[in-house]
Design a protein around this ligand. Structure first.
Ligand SMILES: [Zn+2]
Length: 427
């Protein structure tokens, strides 16, 4: 299985918006742009909501059947590790191996030394096509990188071989495959950690990935700056742009140096709503003729709330109740997302205030239109992590999603197409 040049991580909390999400990619296709849909959902989300990987598979298959999508599509077991991968084996054909927890854990010295020995040839000046500065690599630096990352990549190797044993060997990208052997796409993710990886670190991480025999088609580093959930990028946009271009250059170089899959590309996690970096990303992709995978699943749940609010009546009541519930359980809900949200509690409206709003008002405070005066990014981030409150409403919530399907679908498609796909891939 080969992941196309551009792919888009959709998927949504309640497995209800498969069709409107796919509709956005169909719109792109009508404009001549091929983007592969990937429905991703993590173990964390499944646990909080009470869904299972089979539900995501069904959502994807149903959407594809309903709209006659004849291109490839995938179901991504997002952020899995050895302890929870088994539940995803059957339903998924894309696996995001999360090894962030193993970064910085000590590796045995013999392995570190043999890694340093193997890559000694890079000591000294290292020039990479597309990067202005020449890196100066020292033995000490390779050792430090191996100390920090080697154990994590060994762990990725273990998870990979575990999946391979269960699902079969993936074909090498580019090879001619006609058999029915089951196979899958592999991503290695290191985004949920404290420090961004530098381009030089990335280079040796890719060396280690090749050593482990992991046919990674995507790699998700942690980038500089804040990738808060559901809101814009916070950080130095020019610094990000430089780092992103260097990462693209390193990936292209490492593919050749280490014989990694030709289509290996970067994956951006928490990629939805990062409007201020879409332009530099789009430019860099053109400059390097590079592909991209971007995960945006979280943004769709907010469009469900916007749709419910705009529907008025019991839809609006549910949206308000979710907010009131979130406000009273803020610590509990924010806990699992601590490193990826920044909420200024003083700027949150009270539940009483929100109760007086009409649907239009609720939607404008929540909708990610930064030019709109009513938009409140604190309100938006809190609701982003509040899906557990909706999950606890059970069928009352899912019935409302069905009842107001049309208006929700409109918002879901428009958000993905207009605010994400267009700036990233079209203009
Ligand atoms: Zn992630």
């Amino acid at each position: 299985m080969i992941l196309g040049k551009y792919s888009f991580g959709i998927g949504d909390r309640f497995c209800h918006q498969g069709k409107p999400q796919l509709a956005a990619l169909i719109k792109a296709k009508e404009r001549g742009l091929d983007i592969t849909p990937v429905w991703n959902k993590s173990h964390r989300e499944h646990t909080i909501i009470g869904t299972s990987p089979a539900d995501t598979r069904k959502e994807a298959d149903d959407a594809v059947t309903a709209y006659g999508w004849d291109g490839p599509y995938f179901v991504d077991a997002d952020h899995i590790g050895l302890n929870n991968v088994d539940g995803f084996i059957e339903s998924s054909d894309f696996f995001t191996l999360d090894v962030a927890d193993f970064i910085g854990k000590t590796m045995n010295e013999a392995d570190v030394n043999s890694f340093v020995q193997k890559y000694k040839k890079y000591i000294g000046p290292l020039a990479i096509d597309g990067i202005d500065e020449t890196f100066n690599i020292s033995e000490e630096q390779i050792k430090t990188i191996a100390d920090k990352f080697l154990l994590a990549i060994k762990q990725a190797g273990k998870i990979y071989r575990h999946i391979e044993a269960a699902k079969g060997t993936p074909a090498k990208p580019g090879s001619d495959r006609t058999g029915l052997r089951p196979d899958f796409i592999t991503e290695v993710s290191m985004d949920e950690t404290d420090q961004p990886q530098t381009p030089v670190e990335m280079f040796f991480i890719l060396a280690a990935i090749a050593d482990e025999g992991i046919p990674a088609q995507t790699i998700a580093p942690k980038f500089t700056g804040r990738f808060n959930k559901g809101v814009d990028y916070v950080g130095n946009v020019r610094g990000f742009a430089k780092e992103f271009e260097e990462d693209l250059a390193v990936v292209a170089f490492a593919v050749k140096e280490f014989g990694l899959p030709e289509n290996l590309k970067l994956s951006i996690h928490s990629g939805s709503d990062k409007f201020s970096i879409y332009e530099p990303i789009a430019k860099a992709l053109k400059k390097f003729d590079a592909g991209l995978h971007i995960k945006t699943a979280g943004t769709t749940w907010l469009e469900e709330l916007i749709g419910l609010a705009m529907a008025g009546g019991d839809g609006l009541s549910i949206a308000k109740e979710v907010y009131a519930g979130a406000l009273s359980r803020m610590d509990e809900l924010c806990g699992p997302y601590e490193t990826v949200i920044d909420i200024d509690r003083a700027k949150l409206p009270t539940a009483q205030e929100v109760d007086k709003w009409d649907g239009e008002r609720f939607a404008s405070v929540l909708r990610h239109e930064q030019s709109c005066e009513q938009y409140n990014l604190n309100f938006r981030q809190l609701l982003h992590v509040a899906y557990k409150v909706a999950a606890e409403m059970g069928t009352r919530f899912s019935d409302a999603l069905d009842k107001y399907e049309d208006i929700i679908a409109q918002n879901v498609t428009e958000n993905i197409y207009e605010r994400h796909i267009r700036p990233l891939f079209i203009e």
